[in-house]
Design a protein around this ligand. Structure first.
Ligand code: GLC
Ligand code: CA
Length: 552
């Protein structure tokens, strides 16, 4: 047991926090260059305060060539000049804190950008040099090294190895990258790499950053011993080993790294928290969220969830039990910058949902969405998880009930996954700049344009319109977050079973109850004063696809 009581201590503000993800280049643009910036965020602090979130998580704000939307970091201790300056970052933190909002930043430790000074130095240095050793360079096979070192594939396909040209102009070594070729993987066996990330987390913690979201947290350490090279790369849990001995992912020794980070995090008051993006076997998540580790791990189990009370119940029970077993709290996520917005997902038929890339690439994809149904279910699902113990991660724009914009022509897309991975979807839709007003060159995103085209329908769905509409999604979120703030105490939950009905009903402390009707017929509302509902009750009945909060 560590001397700190990081998980259970009194300063565990994050255990039941509502965290709002900002994708900075698409949130608000202050200077009109079409790219969201820190000043834009500063100008919206009041909006975030009114919304009632406890924290924001900022997707990467670092200098980047944007080969992967900022997840290719060229300098971990600076701000992209297109987004702002360090002084503006400090101002943003100050304003957020003054509004009672904490801040998480994204740490991307598996790979850097190929523009990072270390990678540039590696290219100029010789094979076997200390500069090359910070990344994973290997000689190719074949007579002249023309064959890639192993069969490794990349997430942004096809190959996980790229060959460089040596400084003397000859074809040279290969380097490993699990993602785009502009994202070379670090060699985490190298002490300099470890030191540098400790420096990075100190740097941001000293500037007042409260928490961290750790990108692909399970991939850092790889089996490279005795000339071994990983030959495949798959997030598929059916393929990934479940005992810490996989070639690439979730290796036991990755936790040594997070232990050393935890020691740094615990030097601050309150201790810094971190949440792992770790696509691992659910029984292996605990280690990432432990007292000696990062603190929390994303539970992504609801991302693929169909609208079905039994499925929801199973997932919720599982995630709660799992988090409790390791002393942390769970997280609920329906949307982020990597997935189709959940209003749209819940409007899809089963078949489309089962194969999203196929749906996305079909010519009549819009016809397969029941927009109204999707909106109803998304709201009901979000209100349900907001009543659960644990923290909830919201993604910018979901408070407006946004659907996935599907109007982006292929030539304007930016996502490397779309261009390079066969049978994938583009993640650009959920990254379209937010609509703040009904008019203007970019619906109030900024005084100029928007770096991705916005759909026409933004003129009806935006902050300005929804501010004025009492029944809007925005006002529902505001009410929910305000109520939650008043009602949340400990992490207890008690199910109230209604056998034979397609509903989920549970009680929290303070007489707070949540009731969701998953069926397609109205059902009798339980007793209690209705304090929030995603649809008006009719004759004392809760309509289909509706969540109601009650107080008794
Ligand atoms: C994570 C990010 C994703 C990024 C990838 C590589 O999964 O969420 O956006 O492309 O890591 O950094
Ligand atoms: Ca800008």
């Amino acid at each position: 047991m560590s001397e700190h009581t990081f998980l259970k201590g009194p300063k565990n503000w994050w255990r039941q926090a509502v965290v709002y993800q900002i994708y900075p280049r698409s949130f608000a643009d202050a200077n009109g260059d079409g790219i969201g910036d820190l000043k834009g965020i500063i100008s919206r602090v009041e909006y975030l305060k009114q919304l009632g979130v406890d924290a924001v998580w900022l997707s990467p704000h670092y200098p980047s060539d944007l080969a992967d939307g900022g997840y290719d970091v060229a300098d971990y201790r600076d701000v992209d000049p297109r987004i702002g300056t360090l002084a503006e970052f400090d101002e943003m933190v100050e304003k957020l804190h003054a509004a009672g909002i904490r801040i998480f930043v994204d740490i991307v430790p598996n790979h850097s950008s190929d523009q990072h000074v270390w990678f540039q130095e590696a290219l100029k240095a010789k094979p076997g040099s200390p500069e090359r050793d910070r990344y994973i360079f290997r000689d190719g096979k074949g007579e002249t090294g023309e064959i890639r070192p192993s069969e490794l594939t990349s997430h942004f396909g096809p190959t996980g190895w790229t060959r460089i040209t040596e400084p003397d102009g000859t074809p040279g070594q290969w380097y490993l990258h699990l993602f785009a070729k502009e994202q070379p993987d670090f060699n985490w066996d190298n002490p300099e790499v470890r030191e540098d990330f400790l420096k990075t987390i100190k740097f941001w913690s000293d500037r007042g950053v409260d928490g961290y979201r750790i990108d692909v947290a399970h991939a850092l350490t790889k089996d490279l011993k005795d000339g071994h090279l990983p030959a495949r790369n798959s997030y598929d849990l059916k393929v990934m080993k479940n005992d810490g001995s996989d070639d690439l992912f979730d290796r036991d020794e990755v936790h040594e790294i997070y232990k050393s980070w935890r020691q740094v995090f615990n030097q601050y008051d309150p201790p810094r928290v971190a949440v792992a993006e770790a696509w691992v076997h659910p029984n292996r998540r605990a280690a990432y969220a432990s007292e000696e580790g990062l603190g929390q791990a994303f539970g992504f189990d609801l991302l693929g969830q169909l609208w079905d009370h039994k499925g929801f119940r199973k997932t919720i029970d599982f995630q709660l039990k799992e988090a409790e077993s390791f002393g942390s709290s769970t997280t609920w996520v329906f949307s982020n910058h990597d997935v189709v917005r959940h209003a749209t997902r819940f409007g899809l038929d089963k078949e489309s949902l089962a194969n999203l890339p196929k749906w996305f690439r079909s010519v009549d994809r819009e016809k397969k969405i029941n927009f109204e149904l999707g909106s109803q279910r998304a709201k009901a699902a979000t209100m349900l998880v907001l009543a659960l113990p644990g923290s909830t991660y919201l993604y910018q724009g979901e408070e407006l009930g946004l659907h996935e914009p599907l109007n982006i022509p292929s030539e304007q897309m930016q996502d490397p996954q779309w261009f390079r991975q066969e049978g994938s979807i583009s993640r650009d839709g959920c990254r379209v700049p937010l609509p703040w007003t009904s008019t203007g060159s970019s619906f109030g995103f900024g005084p100029g344009g928007a770096h991705l085209p916005q759909p026409e329908w933004f003129k009806e769905v935006n902050v300005e319109v929804e501010n004025k509409d009492e029944g809007s999604s925005l006002n529902l979120y505001r009410l929910a977050l305000a109520l939650r703030k008043q009602l949340v105490t400990d992490e207890k939950l008690e199910w109230i079973n209604h056998f034979g009905q397609k509903v989920l009903h549970f009680r929290r402390p303070n007489g707070w109850e949540s009731f969701t009707n998953f069926g397609n017929k109205p059902v009798k509302a339980p007793a209690g004063r209705v304090i929030l509902t995603t649809n008006k009750l009719v004759d004392g009945k809760v309509p289909a696809n509706t969540t109601v909060w009650l107080q008794r």
